[in-house]
Design a protein around this ligand. Sequence first.
Ligand SMILES: [Zn+2]
Length: 435
Amino acid sequence: MSGEAVLLRGGRVVDPSRNLDQTLDVLLKDGVIAKVDEKIAAKGAEVVEAAGFVVAPGFVDLHTHLREPGFEYKETIASGTRAAAAGGFTTVCAMANTDPVPDDAPTVAFIVRRARETGVVRVFPIGAVSKGLKGVELSEIGSMKAEGIVAISDDGKPIANGNLMRRALEYASMFSLPVVVHEEDPSIVGAGVMNEGWASTRLGLAGWPNVGESAMVARDVQLAALTGARLHIAHVSTRESLEAIRAARRLGVPVTCEVTPHHLLLTDEDVARSGYDTRFKMNPPLRSEADRAALVAALVEGTIDCVATDHAPHHEDEKNVEFADAPFGVTGLETALPALVDGLLAPRAITLLRLVEVLSTAPARAFALPYGTLAEGAPADVVLFSTTKSTPVTPDGFQSRSKNSPWIARTLKGRVEKTWVAGREVYARGSGPAR
Ligand SMILES: [Zn+2]
């Protein structure tokens, strides 16, 4: 990549790290942002006409399930990172619920090596909090950090044991790692498969109530206050959780949190309208309209730091069963930008600057990653997208091995055109797989 130069000419450059939203040229050279200025003359550079498009720092997903090792029939690091590139993501953090579980240094090292060999975007592993995700014994946090983990999480499973959670926070803070929590009190949630409310009653499905999440959020922000450790709450979905996070912030507790595009844009009434369609089954479940509206407001105002996809590929056969029996989770890398442009930006619920911030600058900051900026000298991780062109979401349109998306058959405004990682093009719309 060294020596190759790309000039993005006349795009709308949106860089939240510097509060910048202006028509400019951007020069990528030697893997970094070489220059951002009004008119750049770059002899020999490949020129990309960016007029009419947005040029932004590549998106950073703190919550991706790549499924490798162990579940390659759902996704691999190769297919998952191609999906990421197609969605404008240049960095993904890979969740630990693989087989084997990354709970020690060799497994983390394996993922790092596979990512280097087969990945097209940057991959940072998240180590397990507990050995085998069993919630009993802490994993080898220090040795995993030495191999490159950026956080620890048992995501997919809650840490039901409060004492283990406390010890995880204590150890993680010794290594300056955030603890990412999937907040679900199993004794409250029980067999719940969708949000507890009028829709679940009508559909005759077991309910998963808001308090099943918020009770755990309240516990964990108090444990974070006690330990001084960094807590990151995954996929916030309820009003009560937001209140607990606001209270924690007032007390100075170091907590960050994320929300998914599906929780921002869909509700339990969409589950009802879908007719028990398992592409609308996720954990936490799609909530009420009041929750959804509160999540949007919290994202706009900053109580919620960032958007994460919780990209959770599942094979068609696994999802093609009764709603109650299907696995939780939906894919999300390739639809995040269009879903948010269509659902929030186009109706002017969010500004373009804030939209880019919640997808790139803010998640990078939450995990202290050196991305999410177009500052000169920064890694040349860049996305070029349109806010006016549309993306038809079809099963054959995905780079991901799985197609369990709630947006299938929808046409969403917003379209990712090109993606670069370290100045190298890893995705161009319409030109097939990046390699
Ligand atoms: Zn989760």
